[in-house]
Design a binder for this molecule. Sequence first.
Ligand code: SAM
Length: 299
Amino acid sequence: SLNKSAVKTAEVATPKRTKEIIAKYGFSFKKSLGQNFLIDQNILNNIVSAAGLDETKGALEIGPGIGALTQRLAAVAGTVTAVEIDNRLIPILHDIFEGEGNVGIVHGDVLKLDLKQLFEERFSGVTGVSVVANLPYYVTTPILMKLLEERLPLENIVVMIQKEVAQRMAAKPGGKEYGSLSVAVQYYCEPKLVCTVPHTVFIPQPNVDSAVIKLALRDKPAVDVPDEAHFFRVVQASFAQRRKTLYNNLTALVGKEQREALTTLLQGLEIDPARRGETLSLEEFAKISRAFLEVGWRG
Ligand code: SAM
């Protein structure tokens, strides 16, 4: 089958093979594209197994590099589409995956691609799609927000990212890591840290710590809000100045003339205006958003 032939392809993700491929094609790493290639079998296996793929599923990889992860995805998923921005990698990927019928290479910037169309073209025959990637760290948040905000029919997102960003995504209310990114990710997903990752598993080694995070897409958002954009405006405003109280931050959103009404409204919701944004749960932000809309404060 197609899956077996993928396994037969010579292993890419060893330090030796990676260096050979780089030398063969005269490839030089571009720091500006976040190019840190994985060379560790265990980490690759951890990433792929966290995604829960099988031959009925599709995988979308962002940034295949020289195909270390792509190879393993092709061995377990029914079909893999890998989007790579660097035109120098496209011929390398074509050589490595030539004859692998279940791997498709797309040259492009994932931030500019029409992903809905890509899904229709590539994943119409599968029972579910997950994004699995070792992301370029300079665009982690824009990529993930694009995947989530476009409401793509995704099951899981399993990605290697900067450890600090992973911790922010998974953070619960009350700590300094909890912020608007935590709320945005948790609105759409249930996050789970899979593992932290040492520098030594990459060529070249990044100068930040890394972690693998799994985001399981919820069937419906975590909280019920009539106007999502407004909900996120309330969240953004609440975290705008982290040392200020919720009251102070929200005053900036609704206007000084509403100060007293704001205090009354928060008290009516049993939310102490003196609290900091970082202590509020998603449900409390949702309550505030709903109450603001009821009194016509669109922010
Ligand atoms: N998957 C490979 C691995 O694990 O060894 C490479 C991962 S490397 C961290 C990130 C990859 O994303 C690079 O190959 C880089 O060229 C690519 N990339 C960077 N920006 C991108 C973008 N906007 N769209 C698609 N690919 C991008």
